[in-house]
Every structure is written in structure tokens, then in C-alpha cells.
Design a binder for this molecule. Sequence first.
Ligand code: NG6
Ligand code: CA
Length: 531
Amino acid sequence: MLGRPMRRALPTLVLLALPTACTSPGAAPGPEGAASASERPPNVLLVYADDVGFGDVGCYEGSRTPTPHLDRLAREGLRFTDAHSSAATCTPSRFALLTGRYAFRREGTGVASGDAGLVIDPADVTLADLLKGAGYRTGVVGKWHLGLGAGGNDWNREVAPNPRDLGFDYHFLMPATGDRVPCVYFEQGRVVGLDPADPIAVSYGERIGTAPSGEEARDTLRQDWSHGHHDTIVNGVSRIGWMTGGRAARWVDETMPDVFTERALEFLARAADRDGGAAPWFLLFASHDVHVPRLPHPRFAGASGQGPRGDAMVQLDACVGRLLRFLDERGLADDTLVIFASDNGPVLDDGYRDGAVEQLGDHDPGGPWRAGKYSLFEGGTRTPFLVRWPGRVPAGRTSDALVGQVDLARSLAALVGADVPPGALPDARDELDALLGQDPLGRPHLVHEARGLALRRGRWKYVPPGRTSDGLGPWETVVVEPPGALFDLRADPGETRDLAGERPETLAELRDLLERIRRAPLPAAGSGERP
Ligand code: NG6
Ligand code: CA
């Protein structure tokens, strides 16, 4: 037992926060009459990166990429070494992050196409619902990839349901991914900048339109494809899926991070000014970097020495720098919990020939962990995770606690004193103590989803029999023979020695535990129980 109440009441937080908030340097006084930080829970800025591996952030082992702003978060906060996305791809990770429910429990949570319907049921309680219910102004800016509307949408009209039905007051999004149509921005239920005289149409079945495809006009492309990605050409790059019209609304990849950052800063300025600064805000800033296609702004060309993939990482870091500067300039840094996380592990060639493999040099995107995106090995989900809250989270420390993104909703609900209705966030535990650096252990066990499910329990990792991918793209397929593989991550972080034959009882325990979790959420959420 962890030996603390399941849900902390806000008054406790207020008492704890008072001494540090009063003495911390640099805390700018709020506007006249505004509530001070100590009277309300913190703002929450969740920076969610795309395909950023453990070793892609400068302050992590293996990195050769300059990321001064993310390194600053580590210096001023906690750097986690055993933090995980819920899955090794985007859609299921984002689903679990927002709903506190493992994605394998819900059909249709695999990588969503660009015309998929909303993957989260508006009846589900989400992280945004809980924070909004606690008085937060809530926003999401960036990559969504959780479907919109009923699916097969008419993008010329309002598309609903959308994030407004999931607790977000504001959204400005890329609907799916950069490599999938529709290649337009979507704000408050509508495509941005659409000319009614040039309606947009999207198809993931029949080809539409007469423009040459990426397969036919391959020699005209600004970035060649290596697998898939050879349908409609937008901004000189071919994508997955077919799209016609909507020309004035089409995005330019190179300016996308600036567009997202500006929309985010506008949201933050509005939210920070609301009620004289008295009400807290939550922003999910979901960067598209370093997902493909990687077309960073020309001002980042050569910034990493690793080609476009590393340059996109430097670009992401610069966006984080702009958001942090806003907090500094507004005197909000001490009142804001900043979290940096990634939706899955790293990948090099993910469908475009952008030099990621050839220009890698001695940069190691996965750090010490095996494989990356798509894999059941550690690199699939073990990703960078930084938490900064000056005065409340120890600065410059490292935590080896086992942390899962599936717990964020319940842990943040506990932080702000929000009531979680029975049955909501079924797989999420209140792991706030681990997030704040007060519990060195974190979760007792964690499911890892790729094509199939693996399980962590303490030092042990169970990978079931079957196929999984290895490497960082191009991939190899590894076949795990029955009864599955068992690794001791403490002794063998690289998952090189299968102990299935030596420790059959441990393997059986993990396999049985995974089966119990698969059948039903376990243990009772937030009970603090350690099996
Ligand atoms: C794959 C795409 C890949 C990427 C991935 C989703 C092909 C050949 N590959 O199907 O490029 O888009 O889906 O990535 O089409 S994720 O990070 O959004 O989950
Ligand atoms: Ca991703």
C-alpha cells in the first residue's frame, strides 16, 4: 500500500503550496485583485510530441541533438527514465492518454485514417472533461489523429462530434497526421480558410480528382516516398489518401509548427487573461514533429547535423522555448505544471526518403532501449518524460519510477481535486506522487500495446509469442516462439537475453497477470494496491 489518501483534496494542496509560492524567486505578482497561485491549482501545459524517442532529447542518453529548452525543463524539473506511452503508435496512445483506458479495450483504436470518425465516445470522461469541470479553460492545438465527426465527413460543413464534445473549449488541429489527407487545419469544428467556390473532397477508397499522384509524378516530388504515401500531392509531397479542392486551405508543412505555436500562444493569452488571471488553464500542445513528412522550416536547416529528422527535433525544441518564454514573460512559470511526453518511440524511415537513416551519425534515437515505433520491445513506448513545477517538483533530479501516460488523467484529476465518476478512466491509477517525484516506484505493472500486448512488472518484461518489429525502420520482424519471452530489464536493458527457459514461473505470472488485465481493468483504479 502506498499509504496515502486516494484523492487529495484541494485544501491540502493549498497548504503545501503556500510556503514555496511565497518564497520562490521570479514569481511575478498577478494583476490587481487576481487570485495568487497558492489559491488555485496550477495551469497544465502538456507538450505531446510525435514519434520522439528516448534518445532524441538532448538530456537523455544517446542524444546528439541540441534541445536547450527541453534540457531546461529537465534542469528545472524531473527527468523520468521509465515513462511510457500506452502504445507504440499514435491513435491508441492518444486514446489512452485522454480516456485513462487502455486502447485494446475499444475496437477501432488502431492508427486512424484521415476520414475516421471520432474514436473517443463523447460519453467517455476525458482528461479535458475533468479539468474543465474543475474550472479550467481547456484547449488542444496540433495533431489530433483521433478521428472527427461520424467519419467519411463532408469537410465543407461543421464536423461534429469534435474535441468540443470531449471537454476542450478550444481546438486548432491537424485532423490526422501530416502524411494523411485532408491536409488542412481544423478549428472549432470547421476547416480553416476554405473557399466555398473550391469545395474540399476526401477519399480513402476510390481515387478522386485528376491531378497526378505521387506514384505517377514521382520525379516532381520535393521529398520522395519509400513505402506508401504515393497518393495526392500537397505542397510537393505525396500523402496517404485522396483529396481534391480546398486549395486555399491547404497547409504548408514548413510553417506548421509556427502556426501551431501562434495559435497556442493566442489561446494561452486569452486563457491567462480570463477572469483577471484567476482561472487556471490546460493546454494540450500536440506537436507534429518529428513525424513524417519531415519538412522543417528552412531556418532549422542543418541545425542538428542529422538531416530533416534531427532538424525537426530542434524545431520542436524551439516551439517549446516559445511556450516557456510566454510563461516567463507572464510570470506564470511557478504556477504552471509543464509535462513533456511523446506518443510512441522513434522511427527513421517511416515512408519517405528524407535522409533520416543516412544522416543519423552517432545519434541514438532509442537510447539504450531495443527497437522503436510499432514494436513490443521497450523502444516502442519508453519515451522521454519531463515534469516541471517550480517549488513543487524537485529540480534537476531523475526518477526511475514506472510511469504510464494512461494514468495522467486520474493523477491530474487528483491534483486539481476533480471527482472522477465511477467507471471512468478504468485503467488509470492515481500516480500523482510519482509524477511529483515523491514516489520512486510508480506503477506496479503496465501494459504495452503494439500489434499485440506485452507487460511490464517491476524489472520484468513479458513479450508474448508472435511477431513484432525490431529496429527503427527499415524494420526486421522478430518471431517470439511460445511460451513468449521474458527479459530482466535491470540486468539487461537491451532485451537481449530471453529468460523464458530459466524462469518459467516468472513468465507464467506475468502472462497470467496480463490475461487478467486483458479481461478487466486491474487493480481497482487508484487503489494504490501493489500485487
Ligand atoms: C503507417 C504509415 C506511417 C505512419 C503511421 C502512423 C505507411 C506505409 N506507413 O501506416 O508513415 O503514418 O502509419 O504513425 O503508410 S502514427 O505516429 O501517427 O501512429
Ligand atoms: Ca506518433
